[in-house]
Write a protein that binds this ligand. Structure first.
Ligand SMILES: Cc1cc2nc3c(=O)[nH]c(=O)nc-3n(C[C@H](O)[C@H](O)[C@H](O)COP(=O)(O)OP(=O)(O)OC[C@H]3O[C@@H](n4cnc5c(N)ncnc54)[C@H](O)[C@@H]3O)c2cc1C
Length: 439
């Protein structure tokens, strides 16, 4: 098949929070940017059907090897393959970057994160948007002396609707921010967006990146030539592209921030129809465990419970159930190959941490009045560490291939355990400034 050649200044691979930020920042400063996105462009619908389609990355093979990934060890990992990346379905909780994580590389991300917080008006939600389930869990945790509090959100309270619960299926009310907004800003300012376009590898001449090779709809081949290449294909996608480009150190030291829901069952209905998720919680940094309310609507609740079908979870008690999410900072173990199945073992230390978190969540739910408990299987939604700074990229996010940068959750250098999006956005803002010669 004939190869179409495109010439641009900067090519950005992937349109999640990392890619969208760099593409928008550079386009707004007059650079000619081309964004290549594997998924389709799906405006958010707020429906279960639309949400699952993005989780699957389309319906081919029921999404396996695309949005939904199962490791050799049978851990389920989810991402979104669509314009805006995984932010289309994320819960919109914002955690500040940890300065200690970056200090050894000579920066802190404080300036960048505060800029983004202001730009997106990140902050806790007003009481009227905190659902009854979250409020009850928070009250019980505080009675027990835990440092539970309202979490900061990428949500504009003016557009957010009480008890709506569509964040995780794609907010259609312009309440929750997602990276597609920034992709569309870039396109409006002149960036080109090619969707359904899968990047295979980085093109290089004499150790310098000169573009990428990609496959578009119908198997059409593209050679996109650019002076700078930014790979933002996420914690799984980016190491695969680097491995296919000859960077053999990518794909190891993998974290996923595994989580499970501890569900408290009450005598009376407590959760009428779901509410905004992860609006309150706490992070026990020393222990590496994070907790949050997770009062799903019925369809998400049934999907979570369905993973545990063989233990007959009491799904019919949905209205009397309050779930608390327990998420841990797992050890960096496992491997993403260029092709074939991912390996992600959970170590015994990881399992001990999940047990410790489960015990705390059950204590809080008991204080709230729950009579019995069950927990879902283990899933993960934060793949990262696979192109880590200090090993695969330098402090400016550049790889061993000159002019080829990586900018997404894969560059996080150490085990993580908290929502990563504000960190990814801040790293991307820093990279934009670097590419514009500002730092
Ligand atoms: C259910 C859920 C809830 C979450 N909630 C939160 C939360 O509340 N707060 C938070 O901070 N984080 C949350 N996250 C995590 C957050 O969404 C991700 O950490 C964030 O989106 C990572 O951004 P990224 O740019 O690294 O990658 P992604 O957002 O995954 O973007 C990568 C993009 O690259 C594309 N791509 C991949 N491979 C290729 C290729 N070869 N060629 C072209 N394109 C490619 C993908 O289609 C995708 O669009 C949640 C995740 C999930 C699944």
């Amino acid at each position: 098949m004939e190869m179409e050649k495109i010439q641009t200044e900067v090519v950005v691979v992937g349109s999640g929070p990392g890619g969208a930020t760099v593409a928008r920042d550079l386009t707004l400063q007059g650079k000619k940017v081309t964004i290549l996105e594997w998924g389709e462009d799906n405006p958010p619908t707020g429906t279960t059907f639309g949400g699952i389609k993005n989780y699957m990355g389309g319906w081919a093979f029921l999404g396996l090897k695309r949005g939904a990934l199962v490791s050799k060890e049978l851990t389920l990992m989810v991402r979104n393959i669509t314009t805006g990346g995984t932010s289309m379905m994320f819960c919109g909780t914002a955690y500040d970057p940890d300065p200690e994580m970056w200090e050894r590389f000579g920066f802190t991300l404080e300036k960048e994160s505060s800029e983004i917080r202001d730009e997106l008006r990140v902050g806790p939600l007003p009481d009227r948007l905190i659902g009854p389930g979250a409020a009850r869990i928070m009250a019980a945790a505080l009675e027990l002396g835990y440092p539970w509090h309202k979490l900061s959100k990428f949500i504009n309270p003016e557009n957010c609707i009480p008890n709506c619960n569509e964040c995780s299926m794609g907010c259609k009310h312009a309440g929750k921010w997602h990276a597609r907004e920034w992709v569309l800003d870039a396109v409006q300012q002149g960036a080109a967006l090619l969707t359904k376009t899968y990047v295979e590898k980085v093109l290089q001449e004499g150790g310098i990146a000169v573009g990428v090779l990609a496959k578009g709809p119908g198997g059409k081949r593209y050679e996109i030539r650019a002076r700078q290449v930014v790979i933002s294909a996420g914690g799984v996608g980016s190491p695969q592209i680097l491995l296919r480009s000859g960077i053999t150190g990518a794909g190891t030291n993998f974290f996923i921030d595994p989580f499970q829901m501890v569900c408290g069952v009450f005598d009376q209905p407590v959760n009428a129809k779901g509410e905004a998720l992860m609006v309150t919680g706490m992070h026990l940094k020393q222990e590496g465990i994070m907790f949050a309310d997770m009062c799903y609507n019925f369809s998400l609740f049934a999907i979570m419970a369905g993973q545990f079908w063989y233990k007959f979870p009491p799904t019919h008690k949905y209205r009397s159930t309050l779930p608390v999410m327990v998420k841990i900072r797992d050890e960096m173990a496992g491997r993403i190959p260029a092709k074939g199945m991912i390996s992600k073992p959970l170590t015994s230390a990881d399992r001990d941490k999940l047990d410790q978190g489960t015990a705390i969540a059950a204590r809080i739910l008991k204080q709230a009045g729950a009579r019995s408990f069950w927990k879902t299987g283990i899933s993960a939604a934060h793949p990262g560490g696979t192109c880590r700074m200090g090993a695969v990229v330098d402090a400016n996010l550049q790889t061993e291939i000159k002019n080829c940068y990586v900018c997404d959750a894969s560059v996080i250098p150490v085990p993580f355990g908290i929502p990563p999006t504000l960190t990814v956005l801040s790293l991307a803002r820093r990279l934009s400034n670097h590419l514009l010669g500002r730092n």
